[in-house]
Design a protein around this ligand. Structure first.
Ligand code: SF4
Length: 410
């Protein structure tokens, strides 16, 4: 969730970047923050709906009337979509499940600002939900976006929130708290939230490493370290280290073994038959990985150059041209009227189409729609999509794999 107020140079959400590239925060300061997008506004509103639902479920202080009035206010926001009620319910369901896992009712806190200055200079963060009871501290973060699947495993943002929460509650709970668990609820992408767990000692040890890196990042020392994390850096367009990294084409040299020297059986067989060697699947996997950041960097350069040219700046050797466009009807009603006058029947000039599923849900209300018509809706499997092996989504399996081991009874 975004920080409620103020700005910290080393934000928990940027920790995946500044822990690796300690030069990034001071370098980024030179570039204006990318303004709020419609997605930021949507995310902020969705968080508010989640918070309202969660407070109603856990605090028990709000009357039905107060809840409805607060919800109505949120629904009046132009970023509101009915889906936010479903995602808020998924968030509450997850929190309820976690709370039920405690022997005694845990203490629950929402939107809790935590002090991270023991680890990060001037650092702070804001936890969506902190749950504490038995010997366990549980942190939950809600994510509304669908563009980037977020995993909880080894997630530095979650760990920092956990450190802040631990600091806050250790004075009360002392050494009773031994375990820390962290959950990321991203209901528009996953039915089951992603989780990670560690001991308090493991978390504190990790915090010691953070202290060193955070100091360097705050002081702007260390080294530029380009990598996948660059895509969220404000300096990504003009960072020389990133450019140098991606133009070091010698990185690609030597990743393909010379012709007829492949060490795999299949390559040997081809050699025996006198056939030229082909790239192996291992080599293709390696090339894909090496080229990944290159493609993303090149696309960022194109974006930057286009914006600069639109602003009237010059980019040596490049210009803007008119892109492809499709013909449009200037005035549909006028055209139809003219065609009818010319003898075309109205029936052949129109077509009736069903609305989209989302539009039907909007019409009926999602919960009611599912209740009344849910058995007529199915979700086909998504197309197989190439992803990094560390991607948190489950691996795609073919229908044949799904039925492996299932035998028909004679
Ligand atoms: S673009 Fe990458 S290498 Fe450059 S400052 Fe940002 S994170 Fe560091």
């Amino acid at each position: 969730m975004p920080s409620p107020t103020g700005h910290s140079l080393l934000s928990p959400s940027g920790a995946h970047r500044w822990l690796v590239c300690t030069m990034a925060p001071r370098f980024e300061e030179q570039f204006p923050p990318s303004g709020d997008t419609k997605y930021t506004a949507e995310g902020t509103l969705a968080h508010s709906v989640c918070e309202l639902y969660a407070r109603q479920a856990f605090d028990g202080k709000m009357t039905k009337r107060q809840f409805n009035a607060a919800l109505k206010k949120l629904q009046a926001d132009e970023s509101y979509t009915p889906e936010m009620l479903d995602t808020a319910q998924a968030y509450v369901n997850y929190l309820t499940e976690k709370a039920n896992g405690y022997t005694d009712k845990p203490n629950v806190f929402f939107e809790q600002r935590v002090d991270l200055s023991d680890w990060i200079p001037e650092g702070f963060g804001s936890c969506d939900c902190i749950m504490i009871g038995d010997d366990t501290l549980h942190i939950t973060d809600y994510k509304h976006g669908v563009g980037v699947p977020v995993d909880a495993k080894g997630n530095p943002q979650m760990r920092l929130y956990a450190l802040g929460a631990l600091k806050m509650f250790r004075a009360i709970y002392g050494d009773v708290i031994q375990k820390v668990s962290m959950g990321i609820c991203q209901p528009r992408l996953y039915d089951t939230p992603k989780e990670d767990c560690m001991t308090v000692q493991e978390l504190l040890d990790w915090g010691e490493m953070v202290k060193v890196k955070a100091r360097m990042a705050f002081d702007g020392t260390g080294e530029f370290c380009p990598g996948e994390h660059c895509k969220f850096c404000r300096g990504k367009y003009q960072c020389p280290a990133r450019a140098e990294h991606n133009t070091a084409l010698e990185d690609f040299v030597g990743c393909v073994t010379p012709d007829k020297a492949g060490g795999v059986t299949d390559a040997q067989a081809r050699m025996v038959l006198g056939l030229p060697r082909m790239l192996t699947n291992d080599e293709i996997g390696d090339l894909l990985r090496r080229g990944e950041n290159l493609v993303s960097w090149y696309n960022d350069l194109k974006d930057y150059a286009q914006k600069a040219l639109l602003n009237g700046e010059a980019i040596a050797g490049w210009k803007l041209v008119e892109g492809k466009s499709n013909r449009v009807i200037d005035d549909v009603d006028k055209l139809i009227e003219a065609m009818q006058k010319a003898g075309y029947d109205r029936a052949v000039l129109y077509k009736t189409e069903p609305l989209t599923l989302t539009a039907y849900e909007k019409l009926v209300g999602k919960a009611k729609f599912v209740e009344q018509f849910g058995d007529m809706i199915s979700k086909p499997r998504g197309k197989p999509t190439l992803a990094d092996e560390d991607d948190p989504r489950d691996p795609w399996s073919s229908a044949a794999d799904d039925f492996k081991g299932v035998t028909a009874n004679a």
